[in-house]
Design a protein around this ligand. Structure first.
Ligand SMILES: Cc1cc2nc3c(=O)[nH]c(=O)nc-3n(C[C@H](O)[C@H](O)[C@H](O)COP(=O)(O)OP(=O)(O)OC[C@H]3O[C@@H](n4cnc5c(N)ncnc54)[C@H](O)[C@@H]3O)c2cc1C
Ligand SMILES: *[C@@H]1O[C@H](CO)[C@@H](O)[C@H](O)[C@H]1NC(C)=O
Length: 421
């Protein structure tokens, strides 16, 4: 079985990256996606650290990503009148990233790039509008797996089933035999991403960020001329695990209910909040989700394995994309290395990934204090400190200090796999 039949579930970031590398490792890949076509909405994602390493090993990808990068010069934190307190700049050096990554790209563009790199491969078949309803493993979990589908694909046998369907993975629940919310640690935070047809920033390449009490955060950036991309987030205090319940209820009712909930949530909170609360109802490319961490005792079970957010979503740290790319690469690398021995490959995958996952799931301590102070006083204090460090040019220094958490230099030394030519 040196050409394993692999089913990948989910075609966002983890899925297509896993398809690319698994096909290189000799697999015959079927990749299914619940949505009828590739989802290209979403806001910025970052490619950092291990993600940069994997990108550089994928033929031609770095150049394509560079051509699609968001020309962000930095993020300016503003007060309720839109005046800036301080600006976090990009460092201008791809090997020395700060809070603003040098490889910042719209998630939809990244997903499209990965799809384009895999869609014509004779060993990769994409099927849209499909999902898994059951996964039956052999008694000892060491033989082919029988999978049933919801929308017409006949039941089929695979040697390996790879769940890449995100933090709230239903395939994880089916494969591990648990509930969807098992293994989810809420980060007490949600995010909504959308665009509006107004040029709120008058074409500037500087993103703007704003905080209101209660952990409310808005980030906006110019998209194409006349279009502004918005990220609206709420970081609830960590002591209330049910804080996101109203959001989750609205999520279940669909986009309109969700838009109304978010509009109410931001109404009257200063800066452009009132405009946003109106515009959101007509917003395009609307996508919202709860931000969660996923922690499973083991990232595989028999011939069922998790990659990306489905297995180890890191939550609000913004490293999910890089971690997903690394996981996809390492899984395929181990499959190629242990040709014919999937059990050894999966053990290798877990061993290689565990330290990287543990590291990237750490939420830097300063993170929430900087991004989402809870009280008006907290915001005031943060802004005063910010204004001070910007004025005194301490910022460059602070950025260098924090670059450890955000650097693109890959301290994890992802393994080289011989078969990667
Ligand atoms: C539409 C969208 C927009 C996003 N926007 C942002 C953003 O602006 N900023 C940000 O930081 N992160 C965003 N994310 C999350 C980000 O892509 C991930 O955190 C990270 O890249 C890891 O990706 P992933 O492939 O593991 O999971 P995800 O990106 O969550 O992808 C999961 C994929 O699986 C599909 N899927 C879900 N359930 C099933 C099922 N049962 N069967 C088959 N397929 C299924 C989904 O439609 C999706 O395509 C977004 C995700 C999506 C899906
Ligand atoms: C597809 O798989 C076959 C069999 O493993 C292999 O010979 C061929 O080179 C693969 N094609 C591509 C494009 O990788």
């Amino acid at each position: 079985m040196s050409n394993p039949r692999v089913l990948i579930v989910g075609a966002s970031i983890a899925g297509p990256t896993a398809a690319y590398w698994l096909a290189k490792a000799g697999a015959k890949v079927t990749i299914i996606e619940r949505f009828p076509k590739l989802r290209t909405n979403g806001q910025n994602v970052d490619i950092r650290t291990v993600g940069v390493t994997v990108m550089r090993r994928m033929a031609g990808m770095e150049a394509t990503v560079r051509s699609k990068m968001i020309p962000m010069e930095g993020v300016s934190f503003v007060n309720t009148n839109g005046q800036s307190y301080g600006t976090l700049g990009a460092t201008g050096n791809p090997d020395q990233q700060s809070l603003v990554s040098e490889y910042e790209i719209f998630r939809g563009d990244l997903s499209q790039i990965l799809f384009d790199m895999t869609k014509d491969n004779e060993n990769i078949t994409y099927i849209f509008g499909e999902q898994v309803t059951s996964i039956r493993q052999q008694e000892k979990g060491d033989g082919p797996v029988t999978v049933e589908f919801a929308n017409g694909l006949p039941p089929s046998e695979f040697d390996l089933v790879v769940a890449c369907d995100g933090g709230n993975s239903r395939t994880r629940a089916i494969g591990l035999g648990c509930a969807v919310r098992d293994h989810i640690t809420p980060a007490n935070c949600w995010a909504a991403y959308f665009s509006i047809k107004q040029d709120l920033l008058k074409g500037t390449k500087l993103g703007h960020a704003y905080n209101a009490p209660g952990g409310r955060f808005i980030g906006i950036a110019t998209d194409s001329p006349g279009v502004t991309r918005i990220a609206a987030m709420n970081f609830h205090p960590p002591d209330n695990p049910d804080a996101t319940l109203p959001f989750r209820e609205a999520l279940k009712q669909g986009d309109d209910a969700l838009k109304k909930y978010i509009a109410n949530h931001f109404k009257g909170c200063g800066w452009i909040c009132d405009e946003l609360s109106k515009e959101i109802m007509e917003a395009q490319n609307f996508y919202a989700s709860e931000i969660v961490q996923v922690k499973v005792p083991s990232i595989y079970k028999g011939r069922f394995v998790l990659v990306g957010d489905a297995g180890y979503a890191p939550g609000p740290t913004g490293t999910g994309t890089s971690l997903a790319m690394a996981g996809a690469y390492v899984l395929a690398g181990e499959v190629g290395k242990h040709k014919g021995d999937l059990a050894a490959a999966l053990r290798g995958y877990e061993e290689q990934m565990r330290p990287i996952i543990n590291d990237m799931q750490k939420i830097p301590r300063f993170f929430l204090t900087v991004l989402a102070p809870q009280t008006a006083w907290g915001i005031w204090l943060r802004n005063i400190i910010f204004a001070f460090i910007t004025l005194t040019r301490l910022l460059a220094f602070v950025q260098k200090l924090s670059a450890g958490a955000f650097s693109s230099t890959d301290k994890h030394n992802l393994p080289d796999y011989d078969w990667v030519s």
